[in-house]
Design a protein around this ligand. Structure first.
Ligand code: BGC
Length: 266
């Protein structure tokens, strides 16, 4: 049986670790050729690209800082040179720089906003231009698909993380406004909002039993997420199986957004 994303090209920003790495692997497993963007650590992406190629797929690792317009332009130019275009773009690159509000430096505020929000703006803008340049194809009903990586913190306030929560709250309206604007061209824009997924970004929340027990009180489904949970959602959102899904945030969070604190209170 032909794979769901056969003959399509997917570009994933921030693919060197965590959710980006897992999503890239899942899209490649579903048959897409993948462009793996990394910022500073080439090792994991080079290794994943080798593994994918050895398994008969196609992959290339490309360095770019997504908060820099020239580097984002290079990233898309390099993808076009290698694969002729792109069908799926996952604007994933993101980071946390946590601190109590009064201690938060302007540098850490700007760093988080410029990667998590401006980075998605630049990535999605380049994606829209690239979809238009390339035009319709026979590999998908849509002209192109964009997945913005959001977070449960696009709706759950998060003390001690105002920069991160502001960036993800921004992604919510960014994604919906963009989706509304480009849907008439059959460009589908959606978000995935992961809950607590076991990755380096939240190691403190799961690497001791005490921390994990505390975290699990926030997750009705009773387990921490795995990057594969997000990978499967991304494959579906990138495929024609979700062709009528436009401007939606898909929460993949084990019920974290169900206000579990109210299950025996309120
Ligand atoms: C954050 C993680 C956190 C999760 C749930 C994510 O967006 O990056 O650090 O564990 O939300 O709170």
């Amino acid at each position: 049986m032909e794979k769901l994303l056969a003959n399509q090209v997917a570009l994933i920003t921030g693919a060197s670790s965590g959710i980006g790495y897992g999503v890239a692997k899942a899209l490649a497993d579903a048959g897409a050729a993948v462009v793996l963007n990394y910022h500073s650590h080439s090792g994991p992406d080079e290794k994943l690209a080798d593994e994918i190629e050895q398994a008969g797929g196609s992959a290339v690792a490309i360095q770019a800082d997504v908060s820099d317009p020239a580097q984002v332009a290079n990233l898309f130019d390099a993808s076009r040179a290698r694969f002729g275009g792109v069908d799926i773009v996952v604007a994933n690159a993101g980071l946390q720089k946590d601190s109590p509000f009064a201690d938060m430096t302007l540098h850490d505020w700007q760093l988080v906003l410029s990667t998590n929000l401006t980075g998605q703006f630049l990535t999605c803008q380049a994606a829209v231009k690239e979809f238009r340049r390339r035009g319709p194809t026979s590999v998908s009903k849509a002209l192109g698909k964009i997945i913005c990586m959001s977070s449960v913190h696009e709706v759950i306030p998060w003390a001690g993380h105002v920069n991160y929560a502001a960036s993800k709250g921004g992604i919510q309206m960014f994604m919906k406004s963009l989706a509304q604007e480009v849907a008439p061209e059959r460009i589908r824009v959606n978000s995935i909002a992961p809950g607590a997924i076991r990755t380096p970004i939240n190691r403190d929340a799961w690497d001791s039993q005490a921390a994990l027990d505390k975290l699990l009180r926030l997750i009705p489904y009773g387990r921490i997420g795995a990057v594969e949970d997000i990978g499967k959602a991304a494959v579906w959102l990138a495929s024609d199986e979700s062709d009528y899904v436009v401007g939606t945030t898909l929460f993949v969070d084990g019920g974290m957004t169900l206000y579990p604190g109210f299950s025996d209170n309120g």
